[in-house]
Design a protein around this ligand. Structure first.
Ligand code: CP3
Length: 342
């Protein structure tokens, strides 16, 4: 039994004394102890070394009273396992020497055995669970098939992902073949994470908002929903789609336990689009953590009163920014922990 199960209660839609809180990208660059490790080991070495990955996962937990841990890793370990040699370039982000630009290349992409290729992630889960000692739940994650496709075709980050979109619209058959291969790998990967003991899995669709509502259904949601269908009998699934507020109604009809929101939607509107029944997660503007601790505290309390304390998980609307002062992150978390109904 997990001692602090506020996060799981919120996912189950149970009544809570206060909402749970965690922060997307909490195991990351805003922490000085993370930056110190970064000088010693390159990014994917940190992901591939279970001792390092589990230590990084614990860094924010040791500092703050968070209600959930998220395993340190990256969404790009999945396409790496499928044969795409992603590097993390300092100052630039993900980079792929030979991006997928032709339908023939899609044929060479494999659906790997996840135990052979991603065993280090499962070992990291095991070590992390020992360190967590059942205090709080551990969240596992994967990128959405669409978001992974974006990186595989683009070869790195982009403001528009127009090369990835052009590929889909010029070669829809090859695009769907690639999306299906990513989906099949992701399902096997997340199932294994659940077997290893994570309490929930979150699917990050960071670039879903690049698509029109119609294309979103065809190129993104259809595949996320396959993951939801496969995993929801086994665990809680949370779908986070950045810029995907237009799809919230369809998402609500699925078997997700919660939906993640970015900061561009009002709580009341998100509640009405999701029938007032769905657990929602979000949606503090990450840049708002540059405000003073007092302002952050006030804004968090207002956010809780607008979403309501039940069926709600306090989080940012996207990952925490690298230059956020430690005391501001702390103010965000403490505002939730100290919250009282009035
Ligand atoms: O949330 C957590 O704390 C767990 C760890 C985590 C990382 N990446 C570690 C990381 C998670 C959940 C991710 C997911 C991820 N990775 C996403 C989806 C979520 C999102 O933010 O949209 C995406 C799109 C990626 C791909 C990726 N990885 C990018 C674009 C970059 C470089 C730019 C950036 O935002 O940092 C990374 C590198 C990365 N992944 C870092 C961390 C801590 C920074 C690496 C470093 O500077 O050493």
């Amino acid at each position: 039994m997990i001692k602090n199960d506020l996060y799981l209660k919120a996912l189950r839609g149970e009544t809570v004394e206060r909402p749970p809180v965690w922060m997307m990208r909490q195991a990351g660059r805003f922490l000085p102890e993370f930056r110190e490790l970064r000088d010693k080991y390159d990014f994917f070495t940190r992901c591939r070394t279970p001792e390092l990955a589990s230590e990084i996962t614990m860094m924010p937990i040791r500092r703050y009273p968070l209600d959930a841990a998220i395993l340190f890793s990256d969404i790009l370990v999945v396409p790496q396992a499928m044969g795409m040699d992603f590097q993390m370039v300092e100052g630039t982000g993900p980079w792929l020497e030979t991006p997928i630009r032709t339908p023939e290349q899609v044929k060479n992409i494999i659906v790997p055995d996840v135990d052979d290729t991603l065993g280090y992630v499962f070992d990291a889960i095991e070590l992390t669970l020992q360190k967590l000692d059942n205090d709080i739940p551990l969240i596992g994650f994967a990128g959405s098939p669409w978001t992974i496709l974006c990186y595989c075709i683009e070869g790195g980050g982009s403001k528009t992902f127009d090369i990835a979109k052009a590929f889909c619209f010029q070669h829809p058959e090859a695009a769907h073949e690639l999306l299906q291969k990513i989906t099949d790998t992701t399902i096997a990967y997340l199932k294994r994470k659940v077997e290893k003991g994570v309490s929930a899995v979150q699917v990050f669709d960071s670039w879903g908002g690049m698509l029109s509502p119609e294309d979103y259904q065809v190129y993104s949601w259809r595949y996320i929903n396959q993951i939801v269908e496969a995993l929801s009998p086994l665990t809680h699934v949370i779908a986070f789609g950045k810029g995907c507020w237009f799809a919230l109604e369809e998402m609500t009809l699925s078997k997700v336990s919660a939906l993640g929101l970015d900061w561009t939607i009002r709580p009341e509107y998100a509640r009405s689009l999701t029938n007032h029944t769905m657990t929602l997660q979000g949606n503090f503007d990450p840049a708002r953590l540059h405000s003073s601790p007092e302002t952050i505290r006030k804004m968090v309390h207002e956010m809780i009163s607008r979403f309501g304390k039940d069926r709600y998980i306090v989080n940012l609307g996207h990952g925490i920014l690298p230059n956020i002062p430690l005391e501001n992150a702390e103010a965000f978390i403490r505002a939730v922990v100290d919250w009282k109904p009035n």
